[in-house]
Write a protein that binds this ligand. Structure first.
Ligand SMILES: Cc1cc2nc3c(=O)[nH]c(=O)nc-3n(C[C@H](O)[C@H](O)[C@H](O)COP(=O)(O)OP(=O)(O)OC[C@H]3O[C@@H](n4cnc5c(N)ncnc54)[C@H](O)[C@@H]3O)c2cc1C
Length: 443
């Protein structure tokens, strides 16, 4: 199954043997971390097993939102939105970023009450979202079908183009001295006297002081290779792209059963978070207890599926070793197949909600594996028991918008600078230091 067309980036000519920091993973998080590091003059190598942004970072909706975020993430998303706003000028490249506003319409009273509460909480962190009445929603979306209580709206939220953003950022990082190697899987991370000392790739070894694992849905396996249990699972989400249309919703908007935004190419990106699929795998059994709170709040949106992925992960998903071809080389791009029934349901929900779009053709659909954590917030952290090892992963379906901020924070931690925001909530040790897992669901 073909994914979206991502802007291509050329790798650096020379394969490096030594550097200060190796970043594993050329998604938005690895790229933003690398950009922040090279901007500070830190010698950095970015390694990607496939191509920059071929996995989640090009497959997402492109929403850069404060709206409805977990309260623990609000300082980081505020930083990230500031960075997005200056991004095109900083890079001299087009990421497709623009302020459009984001709205989430509420279909039920409990949902509406949650939006009201979030709005009040967010105001304390200087986020001024509004509550739109049903009439305001109808006048912004003429012809809208369905009964709504109202909508949570943030005028200063926006979107960037996932197929352009990480490539644009990495091109600017290359100009600042980044060494980028694509088609270069990391098989293992090695230590000397307890400290990270090198990574072994399919093309040779690179000596380094620090390693940042930003492997998206692969981080669990990369950490397992270091002897560490990261309670990360994968959830399949489906996206549709329509052909060009004159219709422009103006903002990014979710009506629950369907969400849409205008794309740079004149089409619409259409999806919903209500049709996600969680394949039962050996890891879902292993981490079942940790995921119970998340399951309670998300079960309306996520369907459990038992099938071939269980056996695939049981038999094939093993960490790499230095001397053998690894799974990372065998699966260059994780490109899950969307279910035909889900694609049809999203397309049907679109025209049911906005009947004026009946004639707009769906041109493409794709799947993406979201990497989730039990508390639905990421890990951005040093791994204390293994000096030199850092982790930025588990963005739980909302890492694109927060990516620039997360990259800056990760670079702060790697360089020992004062963190741009308090990183405490994102520490890796929260899964072992007795903190109660809290999963909040506002949207
Ligand atoms: C359908 C969908 C919709 C979404 N919508 C939104 C949205 O609207 N807004 C939002 O903020 N977020 C959204 N997200 C979430 C967002 O896309 C992710 O949180 C974000 O892209 C994660 O970035 P990443 O860099 O951590 O991971 P990825 O983009 O998955 O990148 C990880 C990279 O690591 C590489 N890698 C892994 N292992 C190795 C190895 N051993 N050696 C070398 N390279 C390796 C992989 O090849 C991959 O390219 C959505 C996600 C999906 C799937």
């Amino acid at each position: 199954m073909m994914g979206p067309n991502v802007e291509l980036v050329s790798s650096s000519a020379d394969f490096p043997r030594e550097t200060e920091v190796v970043v594993i993973g050329g998604g938005i998080i690895g790229v933003a971390t690398a950009l922040s590091l090279v901007s500070r003059g830190v010698p950095t190598v970015l390694l990607e097993k496939g191509r920059v942004a071929a996995e989640q970072s090009s497959r997402n909706w492109g929403w850069c939102r404060r709206t409805g975020r977990d309260l623990r993430e609000l300082p980081l998303i505020n930083l990230s939105m500031q960075l997005w706003e200056g991004m095109n000028a900083r890079l001299g490249q087009d990421t497709g970023f623009g302020i459009t506003g984001i709205a989430y319409a509420a279909r039920t009273e409990p949902q509406w009450q949650r939006y009201r509460q979030w709005c009040e909480e967010a105001r304390q962190q200087d986020i001024h979202s509004e509550l739109l009445e049903p009439g305001q929603l109808q006048s912004r979306f003429p012809g809208l079908q369905g009964a709504f209580q109202g909508a949570l709206y943030t005028a200063l939220d926006g979107r960037a183009e996932p197929q352009k953003a990480a490539p644009a950022m990495v091109k600017a990082a290359l100009a600042l001295g980044l060494n980028l190697q694509q088609h270069c899987a990391v098989r293992s991370i090695e230590r000397t006297a307890g400290r990270v000392s090198e990574v072994v790739t399919e093309r040779g070894t690179i000596r380094c002081q620090s390693v940042v694992v930003a492997g998206g849905a692969w981080s669990r396996l990369l950490m397992q290779g270091c002897g560490l249990a990261l309670p990360q699972l994968k959830v399949l989400s489906t996206v549709l792209r329509t052909g060009p249309t004159d219709y422009d919703p103006g903002m990014c908007v979710s009506f629950g059963k369907v969400a849409l935004r205008k794309r740079w190419d004149g089409g619409l990106t259409v999806a919903t978070s209500a049709t996600s699929i969680s394949d039962i795998t050996p890891d879902s059994l292993r981490f079942a207890r940790q995921y119970l709170p998340a399951w309670r709040v998300e079960r309306q949106n996520v369907r459990l599926r038992f099938g071939s992925r269980f056996w695939e992960e049981l038999t094939r998903w093993q960490p790499g070793t230095p001397d053998k071809i690894s799974l990372y080389e065998r699966i260059r791009v994780l490109a899950p197949q969307p279910e035909a029934a889900v694609v049809q349901a999203i397309a049907a929900n679109l025209v049911q909600t906005l009947p004026g779009l009946t004639a707009v053709p769906v041109e493409q659909s794709w799947g993406g594996f979201i990497d989730t954590m039990p508390d639905a917030i990421p890990v951005i952290s040093a791994i204390d028991p293994q000096p030199g090892l850092f982790l930025a992963t588990g963005f739980s379906g909302h890492g694109f918008g927060i990516g620039p901020g997360a990259g800056q924070l990760m670079a702060d931690l790697v360089t020992g600078s004062t963190p741009s925001v308090d990183p405490h909530a994102f520490r890796f040790s929260r899964f072992t230091d007795g903190e109660k897992v809290r999963a909040q669901h506002w949207l």
